[in-house]
Write a protein that binds this ligand. Structure first.
Ligand code: PLP
Length: 360
C-alpha cells in the first residue's frame, strides 16, 4: 500500500514543452524550475527538459548550484539577482545569468573581484512594483552596466507582467508591454518578458526568451480554466490509499472540532495523506477525492497525516484502494479553488516526506 506518492509524468513535461513551443515558435525557452520545480522535483524536471529548452531560471543561487551539481550545463538565470557580494565570483565561475534590479547590486559588482565577466540582464519595473529599475533609474543603470568591464556585452533586458492572467485588465497589461518595448529600443541583447500567461494571452510578450513556469507542469495560470482546457497535461498526480474504512451512524460527528456530522448512516474512508504531506487543511467539506473512479467528498477537518472522505452508504471500497488527491482525473486547479488559493501554492507545498515516483 502506498502512503503518499507524487507521481511525476515526464512524458507530460515533454508534451507541455512542445505545446509551449507551438504558442511561441520564435522564442527561446527558459524553463522556470524555482522552488524545487514547483514541487515536482528539480533534478528530474531539469534532466527531462534539458534537451528541449534553451536555459533554466531559478530564484536563488543555491537553486542554481543544485542544477549544476545535477549536471545541467545550460545557462541558469537568477530571477532575483544575487543577495551578497560573495555570490558574484560564484556567478562568474558558473556562468550564471543574473538579473540586476537595483543600483546596490551595481555597487556590489564594482567593489567585488570576479574571475571573468558576468552575464547580466537589467530587470526593469514595468508595473508590478516588486523588483526592477524604476523609470528614472533605467538609463543610469543601463549605462553603468554597459560601461562595466565585469559584464558580458551586450546586456539583456528582463521584466515581469503583473496582470498577464487577468483578461479584464488588458489596458494595464498593454501599457506594461508597450513600456517594455519602449525601453527595449536601446538594447541589442536578449529580451525576456512573457511568463506562462504572457506566452498564451499576449503575442507581444513572446520575446527572444520566454519564461514558462506553471504551464510546463500542465497547470493553468488562469482562475477559470484548467491545464487540460489549454491542451496541457498535468505532470504531478498526488495519490494515497484508503488506510481504514469504518461504518458510522447518522448524527455521529467526525474529526477534530467535530465539524462534520453524518447526515445518514454511511461508510467513512480514512485516506493516508494530510497537511503534513502538503494537502491543504483549508479545504472545506465536500472537496472531491478521486476513489475507484468516482468523486468522494471530504468530511471533517484534514489532519496532519490523514483525511476523511464520505464513501457513501453502499460503498464497496477496500483498504488499500487508491485515493487521488489531485492530478490525472482531478485537476489541482479544482482543489486550489476550493480552498481559496492558486494551484502554484499547492504543488509548491509538497513536503519532503512524500515519495516522488516517475511514471513508468
Ligand atoms: C515564477 C516566475 C515566472 C514563471 O511564472 P509562471 O506564471 O509560472 O509562468 C516567470 N518570471 C518570474 C520573474 C518569476 O518569478
Amino acid at each position: 500500500m502506498k502512503s503518499v506518492t507524487a507521481v511525476i509524468n515526464t512524458q507530460a513535461l515533454i508534451s507541455n514543452i512542445e505545446k509551449i513551443k507551438s504558442w511561441a515558435p520564435q522564442s527561446k525557452i527558459v524553463a522556470v524550475v524555482k522552488a524545487n520545480a514547483y514541487g515536482h522535483g528539480v533534478i528530474t524536471v531539469a534532466q527531462t527538459l534539458d534537451p528541449k529548452v534553451d536555459a533554466f531560471a531559478v530564484a536563488r543561487l543555491p537553486e542554481a548550484l543544485e542544477l549544476r551539481a545535477a549536471g545541467i550545463q545550460k545557462p541558469v538565470i537568477l530571477l532575483e539577482g544575487f543577495l551578497n557580494d560573495e555570490d558574484l565570483p560564484i556567478i562568474a565561475e558558473q556562468g550564471f545569468y543574473t538579473a540586476i534590479h537595483d543600483e546596490a547590486q551595481l555597487d556590489a559588482l564594482e567593489r567585488t573581484q570576479v574571475p571573468q565577466p558576468i552575464h547580466a540582464w537589467l530587470k526593469i519595473d514595468i508595473g508590478m512594483h516588486r523588483l526592477g529599475a524604476s523609470r528614472d533609474e533605467v538609463a543610469r543603470m543601463k549605462e553603468r552596466l554597459e560601461h562595466s568591464a565585469k559584464v558580458v556585452q551586450p546586456i539583456g533586458l528582463i521584466s515581469h507582467l503583473s496582470v498577464a492572467d487577468c483578461p479584464e485588465q488588458s489596458d494595464y497589461n498593454e501599457e506594461q508591454i508597450n513600456y517594455f518595448f519602449e525601453v527595449a529600443q536601446g538594447f541589442s541583447g536578449d529580451l525576456c518578458l512573457g511568463n506562462s500567461a504572457g506566452i498564451i494571452s499576449w503575442p507581444k510578450a513572446r520575446t527572444t526568451y520566454v519564461r514558462p513556469g506553471i504551464i510546463m507542469y500542465g497547470i493553468s495560470p488562469y482562475a477559470d480554466k484548467t491545464g487540460t482546457d489549454l491542451g496541457l497535461t498535468p505532470v504531478m498526480t498526488l495519490k494515497s490509499s484508503l488506510i481504514a474504512i469504518r461504518k458510522i451512524k447518522k448524527g455521529e460527528r467526525v474529526g477534530y472540532g467535530a465539524t462534520w456530522t453524518a447526515p445518514h448512516d454511511t461508510i467513512l474512508g480514512i485516506v493516508g495523506a494530510g497537511y503534513g504531506d502538503g494537502y491543504p487543511r483549508t479545504v472545506p467539506n465536500d472537496t472531491p477525492v478521486l476513489i475507484n473512479g468516482r468523486m468522494a467528498p471530504t468530511a471533517g477537518r484534514v489532519c496532519m497525516d490523514m483525511l476523511f472522505v464520505d464513501l457513501g452508504p453502499d460503498a464497496q471500497d477496500h483498504i488499500g484502494d487508491e485515493a487521488i488527491l489531485w492530478g490525472e482525473g482531478l485537476p489541482v486547479e479544482r482543489i486550489a479553488a476550493a480552498c481559496g488559493t492558486i494551484p502554484y501554492e499547492l504543488v509548491c507545498r509538497i513536503m519532503p516526506r512524500v515519495n516522488m515516483e516517475l511514471k513508468a
